[in-house]
Design a protein around this ligand. Structure first.
Ligand SMILES: Cc1cc2nc3c(=O)[nH]c(=O)nc-3n(C[C@H](O)[C@H](O)[C@H](O)COP(=O)(O)OP(=O)(O)OC[C@H]3O[C@@H](n4cnc5c(N)ncnc54)[C@H](O)[C@@H]3O)c2cc1C
Length: 402
């Protein structure tokens, strides 16, 4: 049986590794030269417990984040040595409530209580712990100097760059995975017998290969290839390009608090200790929006100076709110600008309380025959949903050989 996984981001590498773990040989395609080089690498790394999704009163987003978060390191442990990532876990987040919060602090306190209950139920059902550590979700209301209303939480991030390096090495070392880099997927066609032809381009050469199953994990390029098989969503979507800065480490733990400024289009600071400090400020950091079928190639086409300017302005806005961040006073050369594409269902941006972007539960695998389109939705959910993608392939494989 031949299986192709399209896209070697976090979702694609995890899927390929899981299929290999189950004895399946995989061709893993990516237009970049190395695995996990885009959004899966260039993100904040927060393993969400639902706390930023207070505008989704149905709690469905919180529920799915908690499930993904509890499975996060348990799933990764199937493919890499997660104990070696222990020091890549950030200081826990404070939720600092901005004066213009979309949800008042008292209402947030009620919402966080619901998250704690969901978390407790999910721990009981799965018998898993959060990042291999916490079996309870801590959320304590407190007062901090610069933010009169703050919630101290046990939510953390895991350095996505360290994770990307570990997964990339695992993929390249795996004898069952053929990494087909610098190869752009341009087409997919279902044949009468259910097999799928994948068309691709490497340099000037175009070619095609036939597979028994295909998993599309292309993220910014996913809908374009789905559309080749006639799978076009009937609801609106938005691609956004979000920039952020990484102050190269080391920064002593505790010197700068990890925090999310809640709740609305604000920002985050994450202290990774020796791994440095990540920061993002949404109003200045968001530099691209598109509702095209394929996300623009912002990684390649945005002028580096535009990205660096956005990141410099983001630092200035956050430094006004976080004196400890300002006190780091990093030289411009110590700030690495990063950016990545975010896909979400919805039409309006997060400054609208009713925006669909405040939900992230309509994610996962959509299968049509032996073609499986994987929308991981978040870094938090990718390892867990990769298991689901592998289950889909394996279930059909079992059916075919029964
Ligand atoms: C700045 C930022 C901060 C974020 N913070 C968080 C966070 O704290 N927590 C969280 O849970 N989520 C966060 N996210 C979201 C998270 O990063 C994404 O949901 C997730 O990484 C996307 O899945 P992926 O890793 O598979 O995507 P990608 O890494 O983008 O993988 C897709 C791959 O497909 C390849 N590709 C695309 N089209 C083609 C084609 N036609 N042919 C060949 N290859 C192609 C790309 O090169 C890429 O390698 C953040 C995102 C950004 C940008």
């Amino acid at each position: 049986m031949r299986v192709a996984v399209l896209g070697a981001g976090l979702a694609g590498t995890c899927t390929a590794l899981e299929l290999a773990e189950r004895g399946v040989s995989v061709d893993l395609y990516d237009e970049n030269a190395i695995p996990v080089s885009r959004a899966g690498r260039n993100n904040e790394g927060k393993v969400h417990l639902g706390l930023v999704y207070a505008n989704d009163r149905s709690l469905r987003t919180a529920r799915s984040m908690i499930l993904g978060a509890l499975h996060f390191t348990a799933a990764l442990g199937r493919w890499i040595d997660v104990d070696r990532l222990e020091d890549a876990i950030s200081d826990p987040y404070d939720y600092a409530i901005h004066p213009r919060t979309m949800v008042p602090a008292d209402d947030l306190a009620g919402y966080y209580r619901s998250c704690r209950e969901l978390f407790a139920d999910a721990v009981a059902a799965t018998r898993l712990s959060y990042l291999g550590r916490d079996a309870t979700l801590r959320v304590e209301r407190t007062r901090a100097a610069s933010f009169p209303e703050t919630f101290r939480t046990s939510e953390c991030a895991l350095d996505p760059r360290r994770l990307a390096d570990a997964l990339g090495a695992a993929v390249l070392a795996n004898a069952r995975i053929a990494f087909v880099g610098e190869t752009r997927v341009v087409d997919a066609t279902e044949r009468a017998d259910g097999t799928i032809d994948v068309g691709f381009r490497a340099g000037d050469a175009r070619d095609c290969a036939r597979y028994d199953h295909v998993v599309n994990a292309l993220w910014g390029g996913r809908l374009e290839i789905d559309a080749k098989l006639g799978l076009v969503p009937e609801r609106p979507w938005i691609y956004r390009y979000k920039t952020a800065g990484w102050i190269t480490g080391p920064v002593p733990r505790g010197r700068v608090p990890s925090m999310t400024i809640a709740l609305g289009p604000f920002g985050d600071v994450v202290n990774y200790g020796d791994g440095g400090v990540y920061f993002s400020w949404y109003p200045t950091g968001l530099v691209g929006r598109s509702a095209e079928l394929r996300a623009p190639d912002w990684d390649r086409d945005l002028p580096p100076r535009r990205v660096a300017d956005a990141v410099r302005r983001s630092f200035a806005c956050l430094a006004d709110l976080c004196p400890a961040l300002a006190a780091l006073a990093p030289a411009p050369s110590a700030i690495e600008p990063i950016g990545g594409t975010i896909f979400a269902w919805g039409e309006t941006d997060i400054d609208e309380p009713g925006s669909h972007l405040h939900t992230r539960y309509e994610v996962g695998v959509h299968s049509a025959g032996r073609y499986h389109s994987l929308n991981p939705g978040k870094y938090t959910l990718a390892p867990y949903l990769a298991l689901e993608a592998a289950d889909r392939v394996q279930a059909q494989r079992r059916r075919a050989t029964a």
